[in-house]
Design a protein around this ligand. Structure first.
Ligand code: DX5
Ligand code: ZN
Length: 215
């Protein structure tokens, strides 16, 4: 299977959002990646429910909502209503991560766990068979356009072994600083979903840029 590409709408032109959503519809990308930041869990505020719902009106591909917010349980249902097909929550923001994952699945959505760069994979040991994807942050969350952290490769390989050993069906998503300089190496290490924001929307030809990172 080829790598799933999920362009991050955070890097789109918000004044031309419909145009940029349609560009992704017409491209070889597979999902929309929607970054929700609350100014508390991360030091930045992105956009919220109405923008998510507006994207959904035009999006012809699944919407992957990455919640970088405190106490995400409060908003799971609202993001489902705003069009989420899958939701990832941060392990660091969820003291009852297993329960939060069950809550996402009970809504009929795919469930993911996102991990900050310094967060160990250990917290997944007793959860690996309950989740659909792991979002490995390859930058510190909060901003687009940051530099890729190279220790990510090792983390991907370790996660892949963990998934294989558990015989689990879990996608490995990489988020932050993904571009044509690291995509192939990430896919070789075991990544199955690549999120890319500034690389895609900053490219002269975003559709060609997407094809270039699909391995
Ligand atoms: C970072 C976000 C990422 C970000 C990716 O907090 O979770 O999804 O938008 O953007 P780039 O690809 O520009 O690093
Ligand atoms: Zn993200």
């Amino acid at each position: 299977m080829k790598t799933i590409i999920a362009p991050s709408v955070l890097a789109a032109d918000f004044a031309n959002l419909q145009r940029d959503v349609e560009l992704i519809n017409e491209s070889k990308a597979d999902w929309f990646h929607i970054d929700i930041m609350d100014g508390m869990f991360v030091p930045n505020i992105s956009f919220g429910l109405p923008v998510c719902a507006a994207i959904k009106k035009h999006a012809k591909k699944p919407m992957d909502v990455h919640l970088m917010i405190e106490q995400p349980d409060r908003y799971l249902e609202a993001f489902k209503k705003a069009g989420a097909d899958m939701i990832s929550v941060h392990a660091e923001a969820c003291p009852h991560l297993h329960r939060t994952i069950q809550n996402i699945k009970e809504l009929g959505l795919k469930a993911g766990v996102a991990l900050n760069p310094h967060t160990s994979l250990d917290c997944l040991e007793f959860l690996i068979n309950d989740i659909d994807y792991v979002c490995i942050m390859s930058v510190n969350p909060g901003f687009g356009g940051q530099k890729f952290i190279p220790s990510t490769y090792d983390k991907v390989r370790k996660l892949k072994s963990m998934i294989d050993a558990a015989n689990a069906d879990v996608l490995i998503q990489i988020d932050g600083g993904v571009d044509s300089g690291n995509a192939e190496k990430l896919a070789e290490a075991g990544a199955t979903v690549l999120v890319a924001g500034s690389y895609v929307f900053g490219a002269e030809d975003p559709k060609a840029a997407i094809e270039k990172i699909k391995f």
